[in-house]
Design a protein around this ligand. Structure first.
Ligand SMILES: [Zn+2]
Length: 480
């Protein structure tokens, strides 16, 4: 992205806002308001970033050459944008590589089914697998199946994810994806199928990782497109037993690596304290990872760039972390690591001075709620933040925020308070983890609204040096 395409406009806007902006100290809220307005003023940073990332590198599965090249590019671009301490931190992983895959409904209604092997799922034998399909309404029902009751059969969970604005339908649906293959194997099944974890009705399947149990995924596992899942359900309801042939030549690369990309804006008064904002550079392999999570990386980079170009620096250091290998993250996995864990391992001594962390990983649609950690969920900091964010249509979440996301979770486990800028997820799960996750789905006006919210809140947190988020969170946790 050529610097001059946005720098002059943004700086001019910020300088024009008030002459006082160049003469510290200016109240953090004043600068945050200017950042918010500058982000909405037609700059090109975020869209240019996600456009180049998805176009130059395409799909970026963890450990792939595309993911490595994207990280190299990102580091180079962050240096060119004027960030400090830009570097890449590499860590070992076992990569999973999709091969050829297919599914066919056999018998009188013979037809191809649209499937996607789940991430980490082992291949089938070269000739494929064939078995009768036994449907279960939920993971719980499958888990109740008696050992040996599915010997030689294919277990199939038909649960439908519910569409909600906040994405709350994902958790109940995704449990079948992560835990289903192990439950199927315990009952003797030779393979596992589930209705795609998604909210669309297209003949397209949603992949996603499944969970290792005792060091492996027990049986080959696939997501079915929603229409194909419904076809199998209806056949079963008519009293027939669908028989399906499954094939996958997926494989593993045991000596692969991934990497995090780090970039700082060094603080003026408290440079040893960090406000961390991040997204993940890796993506699933079938789309180009535009909304998951190219836009998340674009949003935090653009927000930080607006801060970087201000005439003065925030009190604390702002750190951008572009994580690698988020999609195959496996808590306590034996085979490797992921970006969030690697960051914590390499920055352990700095973590006590990480005052606040957040990640953008929910597409690019507009932010509608601010989630702050316990202790500052109400009070002067929250009031100030909501005065700045309110005009963007953002309200306070009703309760303190605990979960932030997979990449920040390991930091939170070490006591770093987290925040969230909650996005509208109404349409996110129509294309999440599908070949349809491509750049054309990004709404530029909503993308810039995200940048405005991130720039403003990040500035407020970084320049409010007197607000001790960690102590407030600890105090709130100690309350009876
Ligand atoms: Zn993601």
């Amino acid at each position: 992205m050529p610097k001059d395409r946005f720098t002059s406009l943004v700086v001019a806007l910020l300088l024009a806002g008030t002459a006082a902006a160049a003469t510290p100290p200016v109240p953090p809220e004043t600068v945050a308001t200017q950042l918010r307005d500058a982000a909405l003023a037609g700059h090109d940073i975020a869209f240019t970033w996600v456009s180049e990332l998805t176009t130059r590198f395409g799909p970026r599965p963890a450990g792939s050459p595309n993911e490595h090249a994207a990280a190299q590019w990102a580091a180079g671009r962050l240096k060119a944008l004027g960030f400090e301490n830009v570097h890449i931190e590499t860590f070992p992983i076992t990569a999973w590589v999709r091969g050829q895959e297919s599914a066919e409904l056999l018998g009188a209604t013979r037809q191809q089914l649209t499937v996607a092997a789940l991430g980490e799922s082992p291949p089938t034998p070269a000739a494929g697998l064939e078995g009768d399909v036994v449907a279960f309404a939920s993971l719980k029902d499958l888990e109740a199946a008696a050992p040996g009751s599915l010997t030689g059969k294919i277990a199939f969970v038909t649960y439908r994810m519910v569409r909600t604005q906040d994405g709350a339908g994902y958790g109940p649906a995704v449990a079948a994806r992560t835990e289903g293959p192990a439950a199927a194997a315990r009952a003797g099944a030779i393979a596992f199928l589930l209705r795609s974890v998604g909210t669309d009705s297209h003949r397209i399947a949603h992949t996603g990782t499944t969970r290792y149990v005792d060091g492996k995924v027990a049986v080959p596992a696939f997501a079915l497109s929603p229409p194909d899942a419904e076809q199998l359900e209806r056949l079963a309801a008519l009293g027939s037993v669908p028989r399906v042939h499954l094939f996958s030549s997926a494989s593993y690369v045991t000596d692969a690596h991934s990497q995090n990309v780090i970039a700082d804006i060094r603080g003026s008064a408290k440079p040893e304290e960090f406000v961390v904002i991040g997204g993940h550079l890796d993506s699933w392999d079938q789309g180009t990872g535009a909304i998951d999570d190219g836009t998340g990386t674009a949003i935090v980079v653009a927000a930080a760039k607006l801060i970087r170009d201000l005439p003065h620096k925030p009190a604390r250091t702002v750190r951008v972390v572009l994580f690698g290998s988020e999609e195959i993250a496996q808590p306590n996995a034996p085979f490797g690591d992921f970006g969030g864990n690697s960051y914590v391992a390499l920055h352990l001594s700095e973590l006590p001075r990480h005052v606040l962390a957040g990640e953008s990983d929910f597409g690019a649609d507009r932010v509608y709620a601010l989630g702050l950690p316990a202790g500052v969920h109400s009070g002067p900091f929250a009031d100030s933040a909501l005065r700045v964010l309110g005009p963007l249509g953002i309200i306070a979440e009703p309760a303190p925020r605990h979960e932030v996301g997979a990449d920040v979770a390991p930091m939170q486990d070490k006591g770093v308070p987290g925040f969230a800028l909650k996005q509208d997820g109404t349409r996110y799960f129509d294309i999440h983890h599908t070949p349809d996750d491509t750049l054309d789905k990004v709404d530029r006006a909503q993308l810039d609204q995200n940048v405005a919210a991130w720039a403003a809140l990040t500035w407020l947190a970084a320049d409010s040096g007197e607000v001790n988020f960690r102590a407030a969170a600890t105090a709130a946790a100690d309350e009876p």
